[in-house]
Design a protein around this ligand. Structure first.
Ligand SMILES: [Zn+2]
Ligand SMILES: [Zn+2]
Length: 349
């Protein structure tokens, strides 16, 4: 009889190794340190190794992340698997090229995933808009004049009257591109997020199953949304310049604003995830960059982001710097602010 089978035979109440009474949800015995899911962990490790050998890196990442769920966070095995995951992601993650049949299977899975995400997104959009306005209102009222909120309402109203449903569809599409940035990054890292995974436009997604293995991973996933969102914004303005269709300009403006709002370094917003990976000195560097962008653009949304950044400058921060997160964050904030000059944007009116 194996150790784990013995543990099962002993019942959920006591450790098979030392007889210590076990509470529900425990991953190891507090008495002797025995892992309570040793059999399943061995099976997962063998499965992950086979998937790695077959070049199915995305699947291997998913399997390793399943194993993490069965290990105490402070155990050596947990640290070892976290390191393995970071190593596999560094080597390209799920985007590593596969051979032959496996490749087309992967593409089919991706297509199915995208379809499911579209559906979940459309179902959630109404709630999301409500949440966005609710949270945004609270924050803006606290930090700036109430007139700002009014001008936003006026701006939405004016554009809606001018362009009607094409404007609404355009904004939904732009938000969708932002969310797909997160989805792409999650998939690349073999992370499973069960629907509903996003509050669209806010980036506050709930991962029900797998969790980021490090603040750096969290920052990459968080910033993937605004990176794709910036792409959608640039595409809107580019198409406007090419076609002269004013609705595209309006959608681009809304997209730039929503993505910049998401860079607020608070809560579970994308900017908050990026700041989780920054040391205190790095946070003050971000403050300096945001201040410089404000001087250059006078965009009022930057003031709100700046206040959030200053607050985070005094809060608990990691010791290890993440320069890529800082550079990406600053580049995104700068690009979005320059695309949203106060002379044309609603927030400056
Ligand atoms: Zn024990
Ligand atoms: Zn986001």
């Amino acid at each position: 009889m194996s150790d784990a089978a013995a543990a099962v035979a002993a019942g959920p109440g006591a450790c098979a190794g030392c007889g210590t009474e076990l509470g529900p949800g425990r991953l190891s015995c507090p008495g002797c340190g025995r892992l309570l899911h040793a059999d399943e962990l061995r099976r997962l490790a063998a499965e992950a190794a086979a998937q790695e050998a077959a070049g199915e890196i995305g699947d291997a990442l998913g399997t390793w992340r399943e194993a993490l769920l069965l290990l105490p966070a402070d155990s050596g095995q947990h640290a070892g698997i976290r390191a393995r995951i970071e190593e596999l992601v560094k080597r390209g993650g799920a985007s590593v090229k596969r051979k032959g049949k496996a490749k087309s299977d992967g593409r089919n899975a991706a297509t199915t995933g995208i379809g499911a995400t579209v559906l979940a997104f459309l179902l959630k959009f109404k709630t999301a808009l409500f949440l966005l306005l609710g949270k945004g209102k609270l924050l803006l009222l606290g930090l700036t004049k109430a007139g700002t909120i009014l001008s936003m309402m006026v701006w939405v109203g004016v554009y809606w009257r001018a362009f009607g449903w094409p404007f609404a569809v355009g904004v939904v599409a732009a938000l969708y591109v932002h969310e797909m940035g997160h989805v792409w990054e999650l998939r690349r890292r073999g992370m499973k997020a069960e629907a509903p995974m996003f509050i669209p436009g806010l980036g506050a997604f709930v991962m029900l199953r797998h969790h980021p293995v490090s603040p750096t991973e969290d920052a990459r996933i968080g910033l993937a949304g605004p990176i794709w969102g910036l792409g959608a914004t640039v595409a809107c303005f580019g198409l406007y310049l090419a076609t002269g269709a004013k609705v595209l300009y309006a959608v681009g403006e809304a997209s730039a604003w929503l993505n910049l709002f998401n860079l607020l370094p608070v809560w579970q917003l994308d900017g908050g995830r990026a700041f989780n990976a920054l040391t205190r000195p790095q946070r003050w560097m971000a403050v300096a960059a945001l201040a410089a962008f404000y001087v250059a653009t006078r965009d009022r949304m930057l003031v709100i982001v700046l206040i959030g950044a200053v607050a985070r400058g005094f809060m608990k921060a990691p010791d290890r710097p993440d320069w890529r997160a800082l550079a990406t964050y600053a580049a995104l904030a700068g690009a979005l602010a320059f695309l949203l000059p106060s002379e044309t944007g609603w927030i400056g009116r």
